[in-house]
Design a protein around this ligand. Structure first.
Ligand code: ATP
Ligand code: ATP
Ligand code: MG
Ligand code: MG
Ligand code: MG
Ligand code: MG
Ligand code: MG
Length: 262
């Protein structure tokens, strides 16, 4: 394309190439989802369909960006870990953050009717913020993911108590908050069990552990023959797991997936 006399304005754009050799974590988080979840009648503390919708949007991101090795989601957030040597978009921060955030957002909207149900229409446009964080070692990426999973557990335990006190204990939100102020994990487990008969350990793993998404090779049915026999083929597909990603000993997630971040 011919240069115009206005080409000089280009020089004002900043170079934002992310440091080489570092893992790139892009985290997206819903804007104002406390309000958004109320407006759309999310079940409290955990609306399963809303969590599944987040997982669908994340799976679509992994399909579009093969350099994402693992993603982790909870509540209204998702983290995507790109391989340390990825070269996509010249590792430009603004390109990566904006593309992954808008890919996630557009898929969240696209899958809404099918996951949330036709009777739960979108009443406003959900938006997500995005940021990039660099981690220079595999250990630090694992620590990052552990940090998010511990956060999932802490939030879920608090929210489960809070909503039990409000929904079943007839407490006002302010009273529930006051009762839980400064309490430790043991107190919360005991409160759930003695007052509401809830054994925290038996709640769904999806709520306690969040969602891990990785690409896995699996057999999938690609079509049916005329006589109705399923035709299977091996395909690499994004797979959602609700497993522990903190432990590293034999049999644990990282021991089973030693090359995921290599
Ligand atoms: P910000 O814009 O700063 O992120 P926010 O209101 O989104 O503000 P968060 O800390 O991100 O604040 O909290 C997310 C909110 O969305 C929480 O209130 C959480 O309970 C709610 N939420 C997200 N997913 C679900 C879900 N699946 N079921 C019920 N509530 C949910
Ligand atoms: P990149 O991902 O690098 O931006 P791109 O294919 O989007 O790649 P652009 O330079 O952004 O490249 O060009 C936008 C393309 O979309 C052009 O090919 C343009 O012709 C096409 N396009 C955009 N809007 C319209 C429109 N309203 N009508 C027809 N074509 C359009
Ligand atoms: Mg926030
Ligand atoms: Mg949020
Ligand atoms: Mg959040
Ligand atoms: Mg353009
Ligand atoms: Mg373009």
């Amino acid at each position: 394309m011919a240069n115009s006399k206005y080409e000089h304005v280009r020089k004002y754009e900043l170079d934002d190439e992310l440091l080489p050799g570092c893992y790139i974590v892009i985290r997206v988080d819903g804007k104002g989802f406390t309000k958004f979840s109320t407006l759309h009648n999310f079940e409290k503390p955990n609306d399963i369909n809303a969590l599944l919708l987040m997982d669908e949007a994340a799976k679509a991101v992994l399909v579009d960006y093969p350099d994402i090795r693992i993603a982790f989601g909870q509540s209204d957030e998702y983290s995507f870990v790109l391989h340390k040597n990825t070269a996509i978009y010249g590792r430009r921060s603004s390109k990566l953050v904006s593309l992954i955030t808008s890919c996630f957002t557009s898929n969240y909207v696209r899958f809404w009717p099918q996951v949330m149900g036709e009777d739960r229409a979108l009443k406003c446009s959900p938006t997500f913020d995005g940021r990039a964080v660099l981690y220079p070692s595999e250990e630090l990426v694992k620590d990052y993911l552990s940090w998010r999973q511990v956060d999932t557990h802490i939030n879920n335990q608090y929210n489960t108590c809070f909503w039990a006190l409000v929904q079943q204990g007839n407490k006002t939100p302010a009273q529930a908050q006051e009762e839980l102020r400064g309490s430790d994990a043991e107190f919360k487990n005991e409160l759930l069990y003695s007052q509401f008969g809830i054994n925290y350990n038996t709640l769904p793993e999806q709520f306690k552990k969040g969602s891990v998404v990785v690409m896995q090779r699996r057999k999938v049915v690609v079509k049916m023959t005329e006589s109705g026999v399923p035709v299977e083929r091996e395909k690499t597909e994004p797979t959602v797991l609700h497993c522990d990603i903190i432990r590293t000993e034999a049999g644990a997630f990282w021991a089973q997936n030693p090359d995921l971040l290599k």
